[in-house]
Design a protein around this ligand. Structure first.
Ligand SMILES: C[S@@+](CC[C@H](N)C(=O)[O-])C[C@H]1O[C@@H](n2cnc3c(N)ncnc32)[C@H](O)[C@@H]1O
Length: 228
């Protein structure tokens, strides 16, 4: 099943997989901030407080990238109060991105970084208490395969928090900016598709997730799901 939006401004270019993330991770971070503002059209604080709510004892950061967003999420959790995870596993298939995360977290003994495809996670069934997918779902070449694998490694009580990039909406200026940024991301191969909320929700349900809450902010669809 595809969640690709029917927006005609969206070129039909597939994500190039790990190969699309060859830029240095510091450049990804700077560029990522502008992409966030231009296309998701949500303030970074909104993203951070969303994901900081889902940090269980054994946490999986799916598609951790350069690690900067996770570091900020952990800082947000510290500021807003609450327990930090005892064990964090960060998975990403792009070597260059993971190098940034390795440097960032080199003193954190409880954070393990693994270069792997999320469609094949080398962890036992029902291992994780929480899973976050930040800014990545729409970049997955095979989202169904990833959802199936995440479902397997999540505990029955675990929550999955995801932000999904929607096809640009809003006024003329907002839409034009978002379309431009998306075109750049498609060309780079770091965006596989933009989505629409209804089909994305159905996609989670078809993969045996119960969507317990979902809402739209800017061009971003926030999903909170549990195993059925
Ligand atoms: C836009 S970045 C987001 C990184 C990070 N979560 C953040 O918010 O900064 C998308 C990341 O997804 C990773 N990725 C995409 N598909 C993947 C897959 N199937 N398995 C592992 N990593 C994947 C890419 O390598 C890239 O680092």
């Amino acid at each position: 099943m595809t969640t690709e939006s029917k927006n005609s401004d969206t070129p039909k270019v597939q994500a190039k997989g790990a190969d699309a993330y060859r830029d240095p991770s510091w450049w990804y971070d700077i560029r990522g901030f502008f992409i966030l503002m231009g296309t998701y059209q949500v303030m970074i604080w909104t993203h951070l407080t969303f994901f900081a709510k889902n940090l269980g004892q054994k946490h999986l950061e799916a598609a951790i990238g350069s690690g900067t967003f996770l570091a900020l999420t952990l800082l947000t959790k510290k500021i807003t109060g609450g327990k930090l995870p005892e064990e964090i596993i960060g998975i990403d298939y792009a070597e260059r991105m993971l190098k940034g995360a390795q440097t960032l977290f080199k003193k954190h003994k409880n954070i393990q970084l693994i270069q792997a495809d999320l469609g094949n996670i080398n962890y036992p069934d029902a291992y994780f208490d929480s899973v976050n997918i930040a800014h990545s779902f729409h970049a997955f070449p095979d989202p169904d395969k990833v959802l199936k694998e995440l479902h397997r490694v999540m505990k029955p009580t675990a929550h999955l928090y995801v932000d999904v990039l929607l096809a640009p909406g809003g006024g003329y200026l907002r839409t034009t900016i978002a379309n431009r940024v998306n075109r750049f991301c498609f060309k780079k191969g770091i965006l596989a598709r933009t989505c629409d909320a209804e089909t994305t929700k159905a996609q989670f349900e078809n993969n045996h997730f119960n969507v317990i809450n979902s809402y739209i902010k800017g061009n971003t669809y926030h999903i909170i799901a549990k195993k059925e």
